[in-house]
Design a protein around this ligand. Structure first.
Ligand SMILES: [Zn+2]
Length: 287
């Protein structure tokens, strides 16, 4: 059995504040990456105990440079790099049997979700696929469903695990902490977290819900925070601007629909950086 494991960083146990997930920060380098790699190893161990024959780990946070390769269980392969350039799930196909979603946070607008957001706090307020409101958990799980791969294990903070259970049905879930607000969290016993993850991953190899199937055509709808981001996203050929802040992209091929999503999000990010750098404050047109 082949396992595809996507791991984010906000929902790793012991990750308690923003500097621990900020690429390059000393807190990220010395603490965040270590905690994240340990959770990945706990799941890899469980997967092999449960009968996995291969595990591929996709480093899914920020620029994808978080997992410490030299400390990662050598039975697993690793995919690193930014999702914008390598795609959401490189190599995903129907040869995989199980998807593990680890270290996840809840979607934008979730009460008690630590670091709740959908792709980018700076640009997106709401995202849906065929009218199903999703966060990143939903994006990965639905994409895997196109290849008949089911979500078998979800780890993250409590609201993230609940979000995944609601969307994908009953499967192994391990809550490693509980958000008290967006920037406050109660984090659980670090040793128990790792044991629970190993046990959950082992069980996940033999039980779980069926793959989630979303019908074609695949329609992705994004409400951006500002009209400036929608102005940029609308430049993707084939997209439809439905209101000041909403842009939609629909395609019968799920891969192309997801490429449209990534293109819209990347362009919207350009608008957000212009806000951040103060370029729009001058009132000048920026080309
Ligand atoms: Zn992340």
């Amino acid at each position: 059995m082949n396992v595809y494991l996507v791991i984010d960083m906000e929902g790793i146990g012991g990750v308690t504040h923003g500097s621990m997930i900020r690429t390059g920060h000393v807190e990220w380098r010395e603490r965040g990456t270590r905690l994240m790699t340990a959770e990945a190893n706990a799941a890899i161990e469980g997967a092999f105990q449960g009968g996995a024959t291969s595990v591929i780990v996709k480093d899914g946070h920020d620029s994808g440079q978080n997992i410490r390769r030299e400390d990662l269980d050598s039975r697993a392969e690793l995919i690193t790099g930014n999702s914008v350039t390598v795609g959401l799930m490189p190599g995903m196909d129907s040869t995989f049997d199980k998807l593990f979603l680890m270290g996840f946070h809840a979607k934008m607008g979730t009460r008690f979700g630590q670091f709740d957001h959908t792709i980018s706090t700076a640009t997106i307020s709401n995202l849906s696929i065929n009218d199903i409101v999703v966060g990143e958990i939903g994006l990965y799980g639905i994409y895997a469903g196109f290849y008949d791969v089911s979500v078998a294990l979800t780890t993250g903070d409590g609201p993230a695990v609940e979000e995944s259970q609601e969307l994908f049905g009953d499967h192994q879930g391990v809550a490693v902490k509980q958000g008290l607000g967006r920037f406050a969290v109660r984090t659980f016993n670090p040793d128990k977290i790792l044991t629970d993850i190993t046990q959950g991953a082992k069980k996940a190899m033999n039980v779980g819900a069926p793959p989630m199937k979303v019908e074609s055509p695949v329609s992705i709808s994004i409400d951006f925070l500002r009209s400036a981001e929608a102005d940029m996203a609308e430049m993707v050929p084939g997209s439809v601007r439905t209101s000041a802040r909403n842009v939609q992209y629909t395609h019968s091929d799920p891969d192309i629909a997801f490429q449209g999503l990534q293109a819209m999000v990347s362009l919207a990010g350009v608008a957000a950086s212009r806000w951040a750098s103060g370029l729009y404050k001058s009132g000048d047109a920026v080309v």
